[in-house]
Design a binder for this molecule. Structure first.
Ligand code: UD1
Length: 352
């Protein structure tokens, strides 16, 4: 039996495919939902749509300052493990959220091995909370699954070489498998009033872009110059701020989308503006140019041939990047869509 600790939107997507592969491989799994994301549109929509096995417990931690949020997760995850009296053979963690960090602190202290999916990513920007979470999680992990060879090399530079595997990216498995289901279930017309190819997508949720109204206004002002309407599913963290911002007419604000809905709007869009990690990769797989509203990215492979262009919060750079046309072929940079199966098989061997 292994224990999975997840709590934020992108982790539900990653866990959905790995959890299925674990079941197919005969590995038993218990899931903890930390409750880091809790709105229906940020959480339960994903569990229902992706058919993730019900969590053994939802810790319902919710939002708060990093110290509070992470400390609550640590305390309650530790208590759950001790009280459950089960012998977990490993704790499985995804990505770089505070839920990941909490699992990485608890498990080793209870002498339970840590397995990290999306290991070895670095943005080299310690102002991002995720960078701290990644570094600490990798440092204490016993098995590290990387999405690319670059991540393997990064871990090597940091002296981490044992049990490091380049398996490819689990989000690609999700993109391929759930993409087919989404196409059958959801019609673009039912989501937005724009035709295929006639709109762009924007997502923003990084504190550096959203916490300061002036920065947010600067970014949003760029959209005046964008020649197609841009659909903007608004993360709850900026819902209140948006009323204080001037929104150009061609920016169309909508509620957060489910994963299937997002796959449909990505597939049909013109270009993607984002500060999300996952969406940079999804843009690549969907063959869409990506404009990343950050100064650096941990997904550096996507920057080759300008598939993905970094603009920071500079409106001029955002506009110029948008009008750059990329016609290059896109090789498989994050594996071939079989990462979850490879991960499940390794976990089976490890927990035998
Ligand atoms: C978190 C992760 C980030 C990940 C993102 C995916 C950390 C440090 N950040 O960022 O790495 O890319 O999830 O979406 O772990 N809120 C709600 N309802 C919710 C969830 C959040 O209203 O269901 C609002 C609250 O105001 C909250 C804020 O969003 O304070 C931020 O939520 P939090 O989970 O701290 O960080 P995210 O920005 O979602």
């Amino acid at each position: 039996m292994i224990l999975t600790v997840i709590g934020a939107r992108p982790q539900f997507v990653k866990a959905a495919v790995v959890s299925k592969a674990l079941r197919n491989t005969g590995v038993k799994e218990t899931i903890i939902h930390t409750g880091q994301h809790y709105d229906d549109k940020m959480s339960s929509v994903f569990w229902d749509e992706l058919k993730i096995p019900k969590p053994a417990i939802n810790l319902n931690i919710g939002s708060g300052l990093h110290g509070f949020q992470t400390a609550e997760m640590i305390e309650q995850t530790e208590r759950f493990i001790i009280m459950s009296k089960k012998k977990f053979r490993a704790v499985l963690l995804y990505g770089d959220t505070n839920s990941t960090l909490a699992g990485a602190i608890v498990a080793p202290k209870l002498h339970i091995p840590v397995i990290h999916v999306e290991a070895g990513l670095r943005s080299f920007n310690k102002k991002m909370p995720e960078e701290i979470n990644r570094i600490i999680t990798d440092r204490v992990s016993d098995i590290l699954f990387c999405s690319s060879e670059k991540s393997v090399l990064q871990l090597k530079k940091e002296g981490i070489t044992k049990n490091v595997y380049n398996v490819g990216d689990v989000m690609q498995d999700a993109f391929i498998n759930f993409g087919k289901i989404a196409q059958k279930k959801i019609n673009l017309n039912s989501l937005i009033p724009f035709k295929s190819g006639e709109y762009n997508i924007l997502t923003l949720h990084r504190p550096s872009n959203t916490d300061n109204n002036k920065v947010l206004q600067k970014i949003i002002s760029a959209f005046k110059e964008i020649d197609k309407p841009t659909v903007f599913p608004v993360h709850p963290r900026i819902k209140n701020k948006i009323s204080k911002i001037n929104i150009p007419d061609n920016l169309k604000l909508i509620a957060p989308l489910s994963y299937f809905e997002m796959l449909i709007v990505i597939t049909h869009c013109n270009k993607i503006f984002t500060d999300s990690g996952g969406l940079q990769k999804e843009a690549y797989w969907a063959n869409k140019d990506c404009i990343t509203i950050r100064d650096e990215t941990e997904w550096t492979e996507t920057l080759e041939n300008n598939y993905n262009i970094l603009t920071g919060d500079n409106p001029e750079k955002i506009i110029n990047a948008y009008f750059f046309e990329n016609k290059s072929e896109r090789p498989n940079i994050y594996g071939d869509g079989s990462a979850s199966q490879k991960i499940a098989e390794k976990i089976k061997q490890f927990t035998k």
